[in-house]
Every structure is written in C-alpha cells, then in structure tokens.
Design a protein around this ligand. Structure first.
Ligand code: FES
Ligand code: FES
Length: 164
C-alpha cells in the first residue's frame, strides 16, 4: 500500500492505495463520484475521462498513484451543482444525451475544447468537432446531437463569455 494525496474537485485527501489501483475505481469507490463511468475499462470508449491537472485523461488507464499530489476534476465539478457550463446546457437543448452513460466522458473531453475555441474566438467546422470527440464512443450513436451541442456551446461562449 502506498500513501498518496489527491486534490479531487478542490478537496485534498490523503489515502492508502495499492499500486495497481486504478484512478477510476478510487474516484468511484473512495470519493463517491459515480459520474466517473467505466465502459470498456481498456481505453477505448472515453466514458471514464477526467481532468488531471487540467488535462483530459482516461481514468481507467491511469493508476491512482500516478496522480499523487495532482489535481483531479470530475464531471461533478463542471458547471456547478446546476450543471451550468455552456456545454452542459447545450447538451440539454440539442438532445445530445440518450441513455447518458457516455455523457460525462464527452463533457470532460469536450469542455476544454469548447474553452480553447472560445479563447481563439473561432467556431470550428463539423469535421474539427468530430475529430475532437473521436476518442469517445456513444453506444446510442447520438453523435449528431453532440456535434450540435458543441457547436452551440462554442457559439454561446464566443457571444457571451459565459463562465466555465
Ligand atoms: S472506461 Fe476508460 S476508456 Fe472506456
Ligand atoms: S447516450 Fe447512451 S451511450 Fe451515449
């Protein structure tokens, strides 16, 4: 067992974990963050995406000990309790979620993309959006709605500068 310290959604906590323990399991089981979904558990679907020091990472391919001292952010911390991030609101408007199992992963992958495009003040074309989400699988094949949600969110962020 190894003692590590994680800062998860702003809360710093030390815990003892086995070296082989996955970040996804630690977030779900030790931090009760059920929004971290595990789909394939082999790096193919993107459902388990979280941010580690601000960068999207697959938590099913990341050992918790690799994140010692790092900041981890999950979907529970995006947009506050009311899920007010422009991308979350656009998902709702564009009917971009069906069963919703893949949704946290898409949000965690695409929220930084939305912010990057907003910073560049640029609305990407559909191919760019599809490329940005190519690491995530929606088993309901609801991709068109997700593309539209990303487009709407970027347009809104460019227009209003809404908070992340
Ligand atoms: S559960 Fe991690 S990529 Fe599928
Ligand atoms: S909404 Fe069901 S897997 Fe994507």
């Amino acid at each position: 067992m190894i003692e590590i310290t994680l800062v998860v959604n702003g809360d710093r906590r030390s815990l003892r974990v086995e070296a082989r323990r996955l970040l996804a399991d630690v977030l779900r089981e030790e931090f009760d963050l059920a929004g971290v979904h595990i789909g394939c558990a082999q790096g193919s679907c993107g459902c388990c995406t979280v941010h580690v020091d601000g960068v999207p990472r697959l938590s099913c391919l990341t050992f918790a000990v690799q994140c010692d001292g790092k900041s981890v952010r999950t979907v529970e911390d995006i947009g506050g309790p009311a899920a007010e991030h422009a991308l979350q609101q656009a998902f709702r408007r564009a009917h971009a979620l069906q069963c919703g199992y893949c949704t946290p992963g898409f949000i965690m992958t695409l929220a930084p993309f939305v912010e990057a495009m907003a910073t560049e003040n640029r609305l990407p074309d559909e191919n760019e959006i599809r490329d940005a989400m190519s690491g995530n699988i929606c088993r309901c094949t609801g991709y068109q709605g997700i593309v539209e949600a990303v487009r709407q969110a970027i347009a809104e962020r460019i227009g209003t500068g809404a908070p992340a």
